[in-house]
Design a protein around this ligand. Structure first.
Ligand code: AMP
Ligand code: ZN
Length: 139
């Protein structure tokens, strides 16, 4: 793979190149959106930059605007199915990332249990909050 070229073994690059099939719902010069083949709910969509970038943190700043524009445009289309949807990014294997070509999920919700409400959560402690601010702050 060249730095800006498609990854040989990447299914989403194959979709961009039309070497693999997909139900494409949106396309512009830099981005593509298509139906997830194994949808959590009806209308589950994926929005990708055409360029192979494994993670959001590797997307050059110059490409933020076009990617966010495509994401927001496809979200407005998802509104046609339901005004309620999760916009999700799995970054890294332990976060559930399986395809290492950057993609946002748009998952319409129709009243099924909300996945963000499925496990009990403990209130953040002041001690941990202070430690986290040291780790995550400007430094
Ligand atoms: P992630 O777990 O965030 O990497 O999500 C990858 C998503 O890609 C999963 O929801 C898969 O169902 C979906 N997926 C994998 N292969 C394809 C494909 N060929 N066409 C459409 N969606 C796919
Ligand atoms: Zn790719």
């Amino acid at each position: 793979m060249t730095e800006n070229g498609p990854a040989d073994d990447c299914i989403f690059c194959a979709i961009v190149a039309r070497r693999a099939p997909a139900w494409i719902v949106y396309e512009d010069a830099k981005c593509l959106a298509f139906l997830d083949l194994f949808p959590f709910t009806r209308g589950h969509l994926l929005v990708i930059p055409k360029r192979h970038v494994p993670r959001l943190t590797e997307l050059p700043r110059s490409e933020y605007e076009e990617f966010f524009h495509a994401l927001a445009t496809v979200c407005r289309r998802a509104d046609r199915l339901s005004p309620d949807y999760n916009v999700a990014l799995n970054q890294g294997a332990r976060a559930g990332q399986i395809v290492f070509h950057l993609h946002f999920h748009i998952i319409p919700r129709y009243g099924e249990p909300n996945p963000f409400h499925q496990s009990a959560r403990n209130r953040l402690s002041d001690t941990d909050a202070r430690a986290l601010l040291r780790e995550l702050g400007d430094g």
